[in-house]
Design a protein around this ligand. Sequence first.
Ligand code: PHE
Length: 455
Amino acid sequence: MASESVHGMWSSRLMFILAATGSAVGLGNIWRFPYMAGENGGGAFVLVYLGCIAIVGIPIMMAEILCGREGRQSPVNTMKALAARSGQSPAWESLGWLGAIAGFIILSFYGVIAGWAMAYIASVGAGDFVNTTAAEASAHFSNFTADAGLVVLWQTLFMVLTIFIVARGVDEGLEKAVKYMMPLLFLMLVVLLGYAMASGHFMEGLSFLFSFNIEKITADAVLMAMGQAFFTLSLGMGAIIAYGAYMPRDANILGTATIIAMLDTGVALMSGMVIFPLVFANGLEASAGPGLMFITLPIAFGQMEGGQIFGTLFFILVTFAALTSSISLVEPAVAWIVEKVKITRAQSAWLVGGLAWFVGLGSAFSFNIGSDITLFGDKTFFDTVDFLANNIMLPLGGMMACIFVGWLIDRRIPRDQLELSEGVFNVWQFLIRYVSPVAVFIIFVMSVFPELLKF
Ligand code: PHE
């Protein structure tokens, strides 16, 4: 198969690591992980989550990278080619499709939440939260999300930035973006960690995240931890297959996937270590749910010395993290269109991004003019697409990837791509054949039929 992709290549292994880590590190780490840990009692959730990353996350990430690097095309065409070479049904192309559609759906609502984070750069920066009360901060958030025009404005800005980067291509767009944004992101996180340490409540935050109480592990927490492991590593939707297609041949897959998973987990834990000490320092609740970042945290910043500056920095960090993820959500569809029809990458990026923006309006309006419109029972448009992508499409995509790579692919391909010793290869193969698909299947069934949890 081709040794290079027509879309371009990462210039080194390090650039692949930055790009894939950029995809992985996003709203999932800074917004979702801390509030889920907060809602599920801290340490117990964190432990289950770490287990899911190690046993399910890393093996599936390796499978996705190896498919991408072998196929060297968009996930749809990569799957098609690998199925043909392995003598399997061309229907496996649908795995690529499922991914591209899931990515598109995630992108649509991701742009809305990322837009909120961008809006908060402006409002925290302007000092809107200085000495604010809890009620005011909460009103600020609901007034903001209730303003459809404003929400769409920020969503549009975020989507245009995303499209702009992807339109410039793998080398000039994606690689340049991650090359500068990722080191800055780590730097900002370290600065904020120092700030959290100075809050005087750092140990309280740490013990919340790491103290382990077995009674707190509920079936629900396991379900959320597994879903989160998938989402945070960008698995099950083709982003990693697409990025793997641009990975140099000499980079080792096991080592690289492990580094990416560790960096991603490190950022999630560090975000928790930044957020919880600030929350506790101001006598606030850790279990605020999705409002933790947009309500609780601004109150904390508003009451602290230097909070205006560090709070602004925090929301810049979130925006950077979201941007390096959103570009990976568009890439699979953009690359596929470029391969399929004769339009330029820039046209393809505007087309895919523009459509995702349009569908995203549904999510933007779920918090204001469209909040009464519900689908599937009581779910708003936002809740519906979130559920569809995260609870159905990602696990389904992950499970199909396990079956294809674990059982059906030409056996020479994983051996050749992974270059592992016999023993290590067998461990990986055991995980990808039995452990990961079964674990994902159980979680999948339980999240689609929550009644089963009632036993
Ligand atoms: N991993 C990203 C995050 O944690 C989200 C994402 C999911 C990005 C799937 C790409 C693909 O925010």
